[in-house]
Write a protein that binds this ligand. Sequence first.
Ligand code: PLP
Length: 390
Amino acid sequence: MISAVLPTYNRAPMAFVQGEGSWLTAEDGTRYLDLGSGIAVNALGHANPALVQTLTEQAQKLWHVSNVYRIPEQEALAQLLVDTTFADTVFFTNSGTETAELAIKMARKYHYDKGQPREEFLAFEGAFHGRSTGAIALAGSEKMTKGYGPLMPGFRQLPFGDLEALKAAISDKTCAVIVEPIQGEGGIRALSDAFLREMRALCDAHGALLIFDEVQCGMGRTGRLFAHEWAGVAPDIMMVAKGIGGGFPLGAVLASEQAASGMVAGTHGSTYGGNPLGCAVGAKVVQIISDPAFLAEVSRKGALLRQGLEGLVASHPAVFAEVRGQGLMLGLKCVVTNTDVVKEGYGQHLLTVAAADNAIRILPALNIPDEDIAEALKRLDAVAAALEAA
Ligand SMILES: *Cc1c(COP(=O)(O)O)cnc(C)c1O
């Protein structure tokens, strides 16, 4: 018989009842060290006191009013994002998937309003942009699209990081090129700074818009507020979600004035998007993470963790092959099956997340204490030892 919950997930058997910082407590009282953060969502740890306070205060004042009215909390968060990024304007959503939908619509509308409609988006293999009909057509993998046809037309996927393929595919018919500066679901695969700069130049040369999906790699994960800042190039449109709500469902599409020029009154909307509760929490998250001292700490902690992981690769070459990523968006490409590593982690009361390309993701809270990093490395070492003995 089918379960009451639609069985679209292969779930681990644990259920958690409480969280604090980098730790989760299961129903049976066991404490787990959380290196997954709800897949890069709980960026400031579980039950962060500052966020709990902001949420509670706002909850006592006002939750929802609808975008029929001005929403001061939304305006404040938008201003904060405009002040700290390339963007001139922001639209709020409740998820990453919804940001993909708006990014697609915004790019097409931009060209349409210029009197030269363009349909084609260029994306990259291994990408993940969400699960809506548009987002799966954009990423294009068989795993996500099979059985859901006909797919929305106008999307093409190029081999990951293949500059020659991009040069050959881009033209004056290209609507936009979309890329995650570091692929998350795809296995913590980063594009080089040089590649991102070439992409920017190619888009400019052909009048195509450049869209960065920073849903997973953004919000301080790499040690900069957004990952693309390392390359010194800005997109025209950027998708943000996951970490920006610190656990509260919140997403945002950031855009330059020019790229957003087609999105006038009536062209897009969301009932919940930009509600006072989510935006109050989001503003607190952005204030904390955008502080240069906080971001420097992310880089320092990332280097500490990375050094430890490199050590594990050296001491367990039959289990781990390679460390990937930047800051606290790290991955371990495995020699053994990645899901076996994740499962053995559960046995050591350690939570990691599997990704494609036989990698596991290590996405701890950005404020993880150094002693929790040391404990995580100890447990990962035990995971590898157990797998070697098996
Ligand atoms: C998670 C993710 C999405 C989709 O976000 P949802 O909130 O699950 O809809 C889109 N793009 C990237 C890069 C992601 O990691």
